[in-house]
Design a protein around this ligand. Sequence first.
Ligand code: GLC
Length: 415
Amino acid sequence: MRFTKEDPRSWFMEKRFGMFVHWGIYACGGRHEQEQMRYNVPPAVYENYADIFDPVKFDPAQWLDMIQENGMQYLVFTAKHHDGFCMWDTAETNYNIMNTPYGKDIVGMLAEECHKQKFPLELYYSCVDWHHPAYPNLGRHHEITTDPAKHDMDQYMDYLKRQITELCTHYGEIHGIWWDMNVPQLLDTSVNALIRKLQPKAVINNRGYDPGDYSTPERNFQDEVFRPFDGITEACDSVSMNSWGYCADDDLFSSRKLERQIALYTSLGSNFLLNAGPRPDGTFPERTVKLLNRIGSWYNCVKSALTAPPCPRLQNKNILCTGGGKELNLIFLETPQAESVRLEGLDILPERCELLNSGETLPATLEANVYDRHLPPMVRLRHLPVERMNNEIQIIRMSFEKDVICPAKNSNLGR
Ligand code: GLC
């Protein structure tokens, strides 16, 4: 499925890079967004975080500046994570942001700033709830164990629908609901129907109570053969290796590893959601901001190549290709072994080859096929900055005088 241009959700096809923010009272512990379950913290102890959560430095305008400077075009924010704590002024439970020393509606503040800046805001809502007594916590994955005598899925679903109604009616336009962890695998199409009725622009992912609008591959791509995605897709990864919420001791990924993820998914047609977790005071850690800045300045240079249509006939697992007509972009997922690559399958010399990362032009020549003299000649791209390629995903745009006809079969580009 794809959204047609007239569909109010079609904004999602234009804005391809988003920021994911995991933030809740778990930031106080600085260990993991699932601290309560992973460190076996008794609920009564964990809930104390609500008595100290006071993010006095939270500034939604500053968040949006940082997000936009780094090329991201929409925001997905955790309104409620698995711990059940609500980051908005909800009438459905006292376990919410109004009952913290901070006492201000964080979802409301973000929504207000997003509306002011016309910036799409989506809200993440965890199906699993470790706080609500009626949620059937049976100790399955992503669940703790709670009193079975109180479990009542119908009651919980009513609660969830009332909360979703609040989120979809109290904050103006909302651009999506991002479900997570429907552990019981319950099917209930009335939930997404409710969102669709209240918020026509809202995109809905596939982790809720029906397949929704799009799929959500997480972390690493497992597939060996890279094919463009059939349906709408939004991949996600976090800046850090083990957590999505703020974790003082987590290991940040290298910018190259994240650029590779972003380049791989977006050039195959997916959106990409990059996550970071703010500290308990409301600011992002400096090292996270530095990393986002590195990725952001890279993305801003290469974005037009990543968001061009996939051109799968001219690619292999080392080099992906996008574009068409008079322009083809080569996305080097792996660093070539030498300073030149031979593009078997491409027998028209480009007029210009530009390294989008820096704006430099690179020389290219048309040469006999060194692998098989009976085959047509092929383009040799030269003077590639192989050392720099180890640090940053490089993208070359080839511009041609005429439309390029892609080979009928997959080529052996740059083997
Ligand atoms: C993983 C994490 C969860 C996080 C989610 C985001 O499932 O376990 O905490 O919210 O990814 O996609």
